[in-house]
Write a new protein. Sequence first.
Length: 121
Amino acid sequence: MAHNIKHIKCPHCHNIIDFDNNQSNQNKLDVIQQKFYDSLVGFVDEFGRKTIREFYEFWSEPNKSKTKIRWQLEKTWDTKRRIQRWKRNNFSNEKNRSTNRNSFESDTTQRTIEQVQNGFE
């Protein structure tokens, strides 16, 4: 079987991705995911292994047709800025986000009860 290799430069990370047109979508997806994973390795020292792993797990999710992963569907992409925002917004700690939201709702509810009891002073 002859191999028809296609070289594509990723517009986001600028890595060259080699595709064998005879490969299945799953194999192509595996290559894309590995290239994305490799592009994140350099950020581990700065942001930590756990943060980068959770970032990778979220952004490497495949689309329904399994031809692209989530980050490739973004209109613009700067990996370092995305990781900085991920860490700043604490996306990797879903439990904290939920707790903070519930804490806010609890505080708001308590203030409302106090206002009703005090006649909206």
